[in-house]
Design a protein around this ligand. Structure first.
Ligand code: PLP
Length: 393
């Protein structure tokens, strides 16, 4: 699975059309990632977790492919409504719901909710009587970059009592959901969670409560991050086998965010200042930690940086444009000497980046170009690929 990565010529050509900093989103790559998940995890329907990247063109493309959507707030439901998606294709999967969220759910016809505490039951029963609910349980996984099981998830032992209370309150207890944590490198974490939840399904059945739905959350990793090469097809196929074995009759869903959009976006940013500090050249870029690089802080992520140019590479520091000392992006990065005005490229920057960017210091958010709209460059790339394939055949 290759990430979408512009080459130097494409980057510079686009920089003539759009001032830096800007992002380039490939909606075909999002579609390819969606197809990959469908192929290797066919037992699970997809709710795209739009929190990762709600760009309208990504939403429209996924909607056209038949995707459903995971939403966390009224704002996310409104974005989907604007993209023409009906509430029946959404799950309100933030276990704590607010009044605006309930109002939007009622307006758009969202009838599926998750929760992980008794205190949500009367709220749900009042705002969404008769709604379908899934209880979110806590699962453990030390091999996830982002922990989602300290703040979220009911202890396993309280899952069925919570579902029973939900039924008594007039809600429809549909099933169970979990999230093993984001950028999970562990297949075993899913397999273990499935075993535990399978016991809960059996226990529920024995007590007369028939659960029909299982939601295995997101967490699927960007497979080549940080020099790793996770065999994602093998990971998904192992999960699929476990689902076939343990949940042959259950409706299964997943909520991928990062995997669908992470590898589909590039950032083009340019050097606006330089300085020498001891032996280190410093390059100040026109995009920083308060912008698209916010994921360094919020998502614990390091994005691949691509510098072009010949000449010896020396360990260099790259920083953002703000007046804050925390705004340092890369240290000890081997880079050739870069003049002011040089463009650099950052790949795998499509998930949890634009969504948490701020306007600190008055810097505008980076514009987003859609790669497939650049027909001339797309055609050129296709020709190059065809020539490559012909010469290697
Ligand atoms: N579902 C829920 C409830 C989440 O909180 C998240 C991420 O925070 C996701 C899905 C998406 O997870 P990922 O991007 O790891 O696939």
């Amino acid at each position: 699975m290759r990430s979408f990565i512009l080459n130097e010529n494409e980057m510079n050509e686009l920089a003539k059309r759009q001032p830096t900093p800007f992002l380039v989103l490939s909606v075909d790559k999002v579609a390819e990632n969606y197809a990959f998940l469908r192929k290797h995890l066919p037992r699970a329907g997809i709710y795209y977790a739009i929190k990762a990247n709600p760009h309208p063109r990504a939403l429209e493309r996924l909607a056209a492919l038949g995707s459903h959507f995971d939403v966390a707030s009224a704002g996310e439901m409104e974005m989907l409504h604007a993209a023409g998606v009906d509430g029946s294709r959404m799950i309100y999967a933030n276990p704590v719901h607010d009044a605006r969220g309930f109002a939007a759910a009622s307006r758009f016809g969202v009838k599926r909710f998750t929760f992980d505490d008794e205190s949500e039951i009367p709220k749900l029963a009042a705002a969404a009587p008769g709604a379908d609910v899934l209880v979110r349980v806590q699962v453990h996984n030390s091999k996830a970059l982002v922990d989602l099981n300290t703040k979220f998830g009911a202890p396993l032992g309280s899952a069925l009592p919570l579902l029973r209370k939900a039924e008594q309150a007039g809600l429809h207890a549909k099933g169970i959901c979990f999230h093993v944590g984001s950028q999970s490198l562990s297949t075993a974490a899913y397999e273990e969670a499935l075993l535990l939840v399978h016991h809960l399904f059996l226990e529920a059945e024995a007590s007369g409560m028939h659960l029909t739905d299982l939601d295995i959350g997101g967490g699927f990793p960007i497979p080549s991050a940080e020099g790793l090469h996770v065999d994602l097809a093998a990971m998904l196929e192992a999960i699929n086998r476990q689902l076939e074995r343990l949940f042959p009759q259950t409706a299964v869903w997943t909520e991928p965010g990062r995997f669908l959009c992470g590898t589909a976006m590039n950032l083009v940013t340019s050097v606006i200042g330089t300085k020498q500090r001891g032996t280190f050249p410093w390059y100040i870029l026109d995009e920083g930690i308060y912008g698209v690089f916010s994921g360094i802080l919020f998502d614990h992520w390091t994005y691949p940086l691509h510098c072009f140019g010949n000449g010896a590479k020396t360990p260099s520091v790259f920083a953002g444009p703000s007046c804050d000392g925390i705004d340092v992006l890369y240290r000890d990065f081997p880079a050739p000497k870069l003049p002011i005005g040089a463009n650099v490229l950052v790949s795998d920057i499509g998930a949890y980046t634009t969504v948490s960017a701020t306007r600190f210091n008055g810097f505008e958010p980076a514009a987003v170009l859609v790669w497939e709209d650049q027909a001339d460059l797309v055609a050129k790339r296709r020709k190059l690929r065809e020539a490559d394939e012909a010469s290697s055949a």
